[in-house]
Write a protein that binds this ligand. Structure first.
Ligand code: ADP
Length: 272
């Protein structure tokens, strides 16, 4: 029996998955604390509780995310770019362009059909193309980030934000709330501002189909829809797993490769 685990210690959330006999067997997600090792330990406990698997049953474990180097119980740390690429192509084998939007950065990853990395670009300098931008705006509106997609779908007249700078956009949101603009229209404006910023980054590389999105923001249907319109192409939805778990899934797949090396089993590049 092959049991492997992947851990993704992100800026906002820490995720963990178990792949058992080539199938996703369980997952856990918590908010990241200030110390990556504590977040990783807590998510491991939650994962073991959820799956009933013992830590000693895990043959191999790989970590990713900004806190990956601090995890003491993994066999190897692998970059988020490699893990999101690997995880996305396992879930959607035709994926060639992966847009990963997490809490503090946005990455565009281009792969060939065999999963080799062709190119990647990152925006980690400005909050406006990241989940944090959405979280700040949602907080100002006194709603959850998870509500932004559903609310913006009801918008009839999306608001255009004059600036995509987080500070100015925040002031704009307050102004629109005070002038009693419909919440739905403000949400649609926020999602569009975010999608615009991300589209600028994506347009600096030649995107190739199929395109898919990973990271927590992939769950915001408003951003995905607007981005798809701006790019003029379909963004394939990851349905076989929570897109926020893709980095951890990729890490577990690297762990699977390591486990195979340990046991001398042939790597068949198995896909979900
Ligand atoms: P990181 O890996 O950097 O910690 P994540 O990939 O976990 O980041 O993404 C976090 C972001 O995802 C949050 O900033 C939030 O905007 C967004 N997000 C998380 N859950 C949801 C949801 N259910 N619906 C919409 N957006 C979400």
């Amino acid at each position: 029996m092959s049991i492997v685990a992947g851990f993704d210690v992100g800026s906002l959330t820490t995720k963990a998955v178990i792949i058992k006999n080539k199938k996703l067997a369980g997952s856990a997600l918590i908010r990241s604390g200030p110390k990556p090792i504590e977040s990783a330990t807590r998510v491991m406990e939650k994962l073991l509780d959820a799956t009933g698997i013992l830590q000693s049953d895990i043959i191999s474990a790989v970590g990713t995310g900004y806190g990956r180097e601090k995890i003491t119980f993994i066999d190897k740390a692998v970059s988020e770019i490699s893990c999101h690429g690997k995880g996305a192509q396992w879930l959607i084998p035709s994926a060639r362009t992966i847009i990963d939007i997490g809490g503090q950065d946005c990455k565009v990853i281009k792969l060939d059909r065999d999963g080799n990395l062709i190119k990647f670009i990152t925006n980690d300098k400005c909050a406006s193309g990241t989940g944090r931008f959405l979280d700040v705006m949602a907080k100002v509106m006194n709603i959850e980030s998870s509500e932004l997609g559903k609310l913006s779908a009801k918008s009839t007249e999306p608001i255009t934000f004059a600036s995509i700078c987080t500070v100015w956009a925040q002031a704009d949101v307050i102004k629109h709330i005070n002038s009693r603009k419909p919440v739905e229209d403000i949400c649609a404006g926020i999602n569009a501002a975010m999608a615009n910023r991300v589209a600028m980054l994506i347009n600096s590389v030649k995107i190739e189909n199929d395109i898919c999105m990973t990271g927590g923001v992939a769950k915001n249907t408003g951003v995905v829809k607007t981005l798809s319109k701006l790019l003029g192409c379909r963004i394939k939805q990851i349905k076989k797993a929570d897109p926020q778990l893709v980095g951890a899934i990729g890490a577990a797949l690297f762990a699977e490769q390591m486990a195979k090396k340990k046991t001398g089993e042939k790597d068949d590049n198995s896909r979900m």
